[in-house]
Design a protein around this ligand. Structure first.
Ligand SMILES: Cc1cc2nc3c(=O)[nH]c(=O)nc-3n(C[C@H](O)[C@H](O)[C@H](O)COP(=O)(O)OP(=O)(O)OC[C@H]3O[C@@H](n4cnc5c(N)ncnc54)[C@H](O)[C@@H]3O)c2cc1C
Length: 259
């Protein structure tokens, strides 16, 4: 589980970037030791569990067994997010949270972000990054949904100017769009009330892709990431080892028909 220890941070600012995305800035003296490995840097967050507002964090690098041994009443909720910005000099870190679901359907990560106020506490743990185009990469394809937008934004910011990057981002509508570096090659796809992942996958299937050796990074709802990989490997002949894919979350299965 790596050599990091969870650290305590305090919310200093909450800003709605879009109606469904909140940027939360936190500060911590401990960010000096926050590991940063790449643009899709994973930050595991620990937030209060709803039973108590107290936040009790594991205190060793064996944080996972420690977490599981905590009594349920005090065990924090753990969720995965992306570091949108890390400034060790000022001790600040930004995370962009998708605000999804309402009431009973809202998960603890989204609910915490939706209610966060300056002064609130959160636990953070750095846990690696995956975006790593091999040196022979001639162009990059990025495909994601709202949950992958923070990682894609950082990947675009950090990409060298001479590396062509084709980006497909599926979101609900135009209000979810954000300014992105190198956005000339970004296609925003609006699902509207249509099914998730369909417009991203159908656009990809009908696209002319550049020639040369690609590197692909795709993340978002699990069916999107696996659908992108299946298409590229099966129908475009792209080698599996040129593709990073990750289900960032999984859509709940539809309720069975009530009959
Ligand atoms: C490496 C990695 C990096 C990630 N980075 C980010 C990030 O920077 N920003 C971000 O917002 N998310 C990010 N995610 C996704 C995030 O971890 C999930 O969306 C997570 O499920 C949110 O937790 P929750 O407590 O809000 O919902 P959960 O308790 O996990 O789920 C509750 C319900 O909400 C649904 N749900 C979960 N996420 C979404 C969603 N995005 N849209 C619609 N419905 C959803 C689930 O299907 C479930 O029915 C990342 C995931 C990974 C693995």
């Amino acid at each position: 589980m790596g050599d990091q220890i969870p650290m305590l941070a305090t919310v200093t600012a909450v800003r709605l970037l879009t109606p469904r995305m909140a940027r939360i800035t936190v500060v911590s003296d401990e960010l000096q030791r926050f590991g940063y490995d790449g643009p899709d840097q994973l930050v595991r967050i620990f937030v209060p569990n709803g039973i108590t507002d107290e936040l009790t964090l594991p205190v060793t690098t064996a944080w996972w067994p420690e977490l599981n041994e905590m009594p349920e009443a005090s065990r924090p909720v753990l969720r995965n997010y992306t570091v949108r910005r890390l400034d060790r000099a000022s001790g600040e870190l930004d995370i962009d949270f998708v605000l999804h679901g309402h009431g009973a359907t809202a998960g603890p990560g989204s609910s915490w972000a939706g209610q966060a106020r300056p002064g609130d506490k959160i636990g953070l743990l750095s846990d690696g990054a995956d975006y790593l185009p091999p040196v022979d990469t001639e162009w990059v394809l990025l495909v994601g949904d709202e949950s992958a937008l923070p990682a894609i934004a950082v990947i675009l910011e950090q990409s060298p100017d001479d590396l062509p990057v084709v980006t497909l981002l599926e979101v609900e509508d135009a209000s979810d769009e954000l300014p992105l570096a190198g956005s000339g090659s970004v296609q925003w796809l609006h699902r509207g009330s249509g099914p998730r992942n369909e417009i991203a996958l159908s656009t990809l299937r009908s696209m002319d892709l550049p020639g040369g050796t690609p590197y692909v990074w795709t993340a978002g709802e699990a069916g999107l990431a696996t659908g992108v990989r299946r298409h590229l490997v099966g129908e475009r002949g792209i080698s599996k080892d040129r593709i990073y894919f990750c289900g960032y979350w999984r859509a709940a299965a539809a309720e069975p028909d009530d009959q």
